[in-house]
Design a protein around this ligand. Structure first.
Ligand code: NAD
Length: 456
């Protein structure tokens, strides 16, 4: 089917109200979960073939993540989808009002390569829950996962409900926007491509949800429990070899604990990811281009620890370098297992550093000082984050996940995802037994008095 045919068939599907019943949406979600369960080992094998993700990471951050998202949605969908009664103002007397969640219609979901399964399917779960049809576009950089996804979708859903198209983003996506003409675009990827998508969408007034990247800071105060902090940071940075949108990008460490923190982090990375000096449970860099890009970023950097690379395996060991705002490492999102480390004396130093990359997708602060914690959380704008942890704000479906400014707009997961894919339709219902004459023309002094009283 070409995009025009997918558009026609999905519009026909929607016009027959085939997905308005909540029971139909739940059946579709159950079918999706069963289809994933049946192919679980294929999905995990494809993720290994693409990036050598360990089975644990593939399950926890991709497949299991989706099981949780589907189970949570199935449990709460009735409540989310129920029209919400709201109070009406006295001026509308005698009226009642409800907010109805209305599906957008056809949605285009575009995913990146770093969590190629989860980042395509999690938005699909929300899109189906909200009653939409969908066209999915996985990343071309993870072809094995893309192939399994393509088979999973075509075996589970008819194309008039959910279709998937593979190919290079810069050719496929503009055509899809022009011909499929989505009613909503959900894009996860780089800020640069997000801008291109938003521009193309604006031409047709298509609303966009943009889940983008950025440089997420990780602040370690002198009051932090360093042993625990080192474990949670090593995991947040080490998972997927740092190729995670919410990975700590750079560290800002209180100057008094710099050496102690470095020593703890180094030994923790060693405990987690090395066996007899060989890297284990450690994902590959996705391709040659990104491997060379990361090695290029390391040139002229002052390495504190790590820095070794293994070209045959496309792996770079966990690496910490001295922070330098002028260095190329601080000019772009690193998206790999390298982190510059800066020090601070006071909160103003932190604000000044972060101001170079405002509105990060995530921010992490490790501290036992609640006043310091509150200052950081209150005074810095960021998409979401953790205190004394990393990444965990995105794993709980009760929490909205999304960026702000350069790191994106809109959020999803759980109920927030349901609303992201729904238009909130306000409906006022007015009873007929009373109708104030003064509301209608011709107006007189009394009319004005009454309206002044209502709208005071
Ligand atoms: P990318 O922007 O290069 O590609 C994302 C998708 O857009 C792919 O499907 C690709 O085919 C498509 N695409 C590429 N060029 C295009 C173009 N010119 N026009 C239309 N579509 C195009 O991103 P990536 O390299 O796949 O992923 C890494 C980026 O994604 C990082 O910046 C990372 O921070 C970000 N990311 C964000 C989140 C989040 O939830 N906020 C999650 C994961 C990754």
């Amino acid at each position: 089917m070409n995009f025009q045919e997918i558009r026609n068939s999905q519009e026909a599907f929607l016009s027959q109200a085939r997905n308005t019943e909540i029971s139909a949406r739940k059946s579709a979600l159950r079918a999706l979960k069963t289809a994933i369960q049946e192919r679980e080992s294929q999905i995990i094998a494809a993720l290994y073939a693409d990036m050598q993700k360990s089975e644990f990471e593939a399950y926890s951050s991709e497949v299991g993540f989706i099981y949780q998202e589907i189970s949570h949605t199935l449990k709460h969908l009735d409540a989310w989808a129920k029209p919400k009664s709201v109070r009406t103002s006295l001026s509308l007397f005698p009226s009642s009002a409800k907010i109805h969640a209305q599906a957008y219609g056809k949605v285009l979901i575009i995913a990146p390569w770093n969590y190629p399964f989860q980042l395509l399917i999690a938005p699909l779960v929300a899109a189906i829950a909200a009653g939409n049809t969908a066209l999915l576009k996985p990343s071309e950089l993870t072809p094995n996962t893309s192939k399994v996804l393509s088979e999973l979708i075509s075996d589970t859903f008819s194309p008039e409900f959910v279709s998937l198209v593979e190919g290079e983003g810069h050719t496929v996506v503009p055509e899809a926007i022009d011909q499929y003409r989505p009613n909503l675009i959900f894009f996860t990827g780089s800020t640069a491509v997000g801008r291109i998508i938003a521009e193309s969408a604006a031409k047709h007034l298509i609303p966009c949800i943009l889940e983008l990247g950025g440089k997420s800071p990780c602040i370690i105060d002198k009051s932090a429990n360093l042993a625990v902090a080192a474990q949670r940071i090593a995991l947040g940075k080490g998972i997927n070899s740092g190729q995670t949108c919410v990975a700590p990008d750079y560290f800002i460490v209180h100057e008094e604990i710099k050496d102690a923190f470095i020593a703890k982090l180094k030994s923790t990375f060693y405990d987690f990811y090395y066996k007899n000096d060989v890297l284990i449970d450690y994902t590959q860099i996705v391709n040659e281009h990104h491997f060379k890009r990361l090695l290029g970023l390391l040139e002229d950097a002052k390495i504190i620890f790590g820095g070794k690379s293994f070209p045959n395996e496309r792996r770079i060991e966990p690496t910490i370098v001295e922070g330098d705002m002028q260095h190329p490492l601080m000019k772009e999102e690193i998206f790999g297992p390298i982190s510059p480390l800066f020090t601070f004396k006071n909160t103003q130093d932190i604000y000044t550093l972060i101001q170079n990359h405002p509105n990060p997708l995530s921010l992490y602060v490790f501290t036992a000082d609640s006043q310091f914690e509150q200052e950081i959380v209150r005074n810095i704008s960021f998409g979401g984050g953790c205190v004394n942890n990393t990444l965990m704000h995105l794993v709980d479906p009760n929490l909205p996940f999304g960026g702000i400014g350069n790191s994106g707009s809109g959020a999803y997961h759980g109920e927030t995802g349901f609303h992201a894919f729904s238009h909130r339709k306000s409906v006022v219902k007015t009873a007929n037994w009373f109708d104030l004459r003064q509301k209608y023309p011709p107006y007189n002094k009394k009319s004005l008095q009454i309206i002044r009283w209502f709208l005071r």
